[in-house]
Design a protein around this ligand. Structure first.
Ligand SMILES: [Zn+2]
Length: 182
């Protein structure tokens, strides 16, 4: 079977095209499947979200290890002048910025090369409504919820519940972006 929109071959049981995100017309009148329905019965949707989760963890590890080292270096003078407690306060102060930096890391990677390092490992990319890399505004808004894990979780759950397909968080739905296989 092939996608009616982009012509790519579809895996068995797919409810949505993994390349362009178009709904697969099965002839059973089931074209209004929500992302949550897809997740319960389409193994392509399940694999896709396992990949998204692992990609996110990889990005967190890369960015947070670099930031942890950089923050420790910046806070070392505090350790020398005020001891461990002062070091902890200074380190904690800088760590508040990590979520913001993580948002910018994702946005800049998506604008410049289509995806973060974690997504690239799974050949995933962020596509705008026009099919190109997102603009900075699109990428920034779709990544804003990554500032805090609970917001990101809500963004995913609401997106899956309301959008047509399983490839959009709520912020993607809002900006017209989606994460597809390159
Ligand atoms: Zn397609």
């Amino acid at each position: 079977m092939f996608c009616a929109k982009c012509g790519k071959e579809l895996p068995d049981g797919a409810t949505f095209c993994p390349s362009c995100g178009a709904a697969v017309q099965t002839g059973t009148g089931d074209a209004h499947t929500s992302g949550i329905d897809a997740l319960t019965r389409d193994h392509n949707a399940q694999e896709y979200w396992v990949e998204r989760l692992i990609a996110l963890i990889i990005d967190y590890v890369i960015v947070y290890v670099v930031l942890g080292i950089a923050t420790a270096i910046v806070a070392i003078p505090a350790l020398l002048t005020g001891g461990a407690a002062f070091f902890g306060v200074v380190f904690g102060g800088f760590a508040l910025l990590w979520g913001v930096i993580f948002v910018f890391y994702n946005a800049v990677m998506e604008v410049s090369s289509g995806a973060s390092i974690g997504k690239k490992l799974f050949k995933l990319k962020v596509a705008s409504r026009r099919g190109s890399n997102p603009t900075f505004a699109e990428a920034f808004v779709r990544n804003l919820s990554k500032i805090y894990w609970l917001l990101l979780l809500l963004d995913v759950i609401v997106g899956l519940a309301i959008s047509h397909g399983y490839q959009q968080k709520y912020s993607d739905h809002y900006m017209g972006t989606k994460v597809v296989h390159a």
